[in-house]
Design a protein around this ligand. Sequence first.
Ligand SMILES: *Cc1c(COP(=O)(O)O)cnc(C)c1O
Length: 421
Amino acid sequence: MPMSEAFQNRLFPILSSVAGHFGTPFHIYDETGIRETGQMMIAAFSGIKGFREYFAVKALPNPTILGIMKDMGFGFDCSSVAELIISRGTGAGGEDIMFTSNNTSAEEFLSAAGDGGCILNLDDITLIPKVPEMPELICFRYNPGPRCRGNAIIGNPEESKYGITFEQAPDAYRQARERGAKRFGLHTMVVSNELNHAYHIQTARMVLELAEAVTEKTGIEFEFVNMGGGIGIPYRPEEKPFDLFAEGAEITELFRQFKERNSYAPGLYLESGRYMTGPHGVLVTTAINRKNIYRTYIGVDACMSALMRPGMYGAYHHISVPGKDSEPKMCCADVVGALCENNDKFAVQRELPDIADRDILVIHDTGAHGHAMGFNYNGRLRPKELLLRTDGSVSLIRREETVSDYLATLTFAPDTLRIEK
Ligand SMILES: *Cc1c(COP(=O)(O)O)cnc(C)c1O
């Protein structure tokens, strides 16, 4: 089930006023839904001491949204300097932030260490001497390679550029300890948008096995293991929601068994992005054209600059037409943006109500990896972001891009290098 009925009941009655006031297109996020999912997360893992969600900032890097996460006690998973800056802007710092980078630059190490620091998650053993000052708490990202098969979306870990191998792990922790680290964490992420919780149980088992092996070889006790993100959401109406409580119960049991064998247990961190905000956002757009050629095309005022997933992954996003959803459907139409790129389609051969110009379309499940993934190809601009607050008010939390934003990097005289012959 995509966008919940409760969110629809909060949004649809006020939608035309919101669209009238702010103008389309826009993404709008549902504070109530985000908070409910956050509370569920806390409840599902309440049996594990030291559980914490580190919201994956890349899914929805908006300071107002991060403020809600912080209010729920969550930390932030960052992987770039800009994400560190936005997260620190909420007042988060130190162990509220996990910095997981790949192919890390000197600039990123400096930024990670500065301004209150963060938990550094190293991606490779060769990075140990490149860390300017080894922090007290250090983490490594683990890539299980042939020991595990990732799901279809994230692909085969053996071909993935992330992390250290099973064999390298004990040495990595020893070297970090020699450079001064005293506290330790272990990170992995091997699935993405996975609705089957068996995959996540397998990840927990795998990361606990490695923690145990490293403890045995080095005497290090882990403060936490971090399973990354990857919890899926149902984009299609026929898909069932992820069973978070079943996952929580099974993982809690694995931690209990770990403690029995090792006389300690690490805490558990998750870095959910999609699961936290995905279903709690929608893209609202207005139909502006309808053409009939070999197919029927509904042209809307948003394009793939606002939502890349359909064009990039062929992803399905459910579409509602409030006020017309109970009318007979036409079969079928493509819903398209204005880009000079034929994959600029929000829906392909979809059964939809009979859509006319000025109808408002609601594209579901754009709360994660939606606006954030947008781009400016073709000079197309990203839309604004709104927040439907728990008190029923609606705030503009990011304005739309303007042509002068687009031109900002172009307005300088060319800096020309002439090589002397
Ligand atoms: C992308 C990413 C996440 C979030 O993934 P979701 O699928 O949105 O849950 C978490 N951690 C890391 C390291 C990531 O790269």
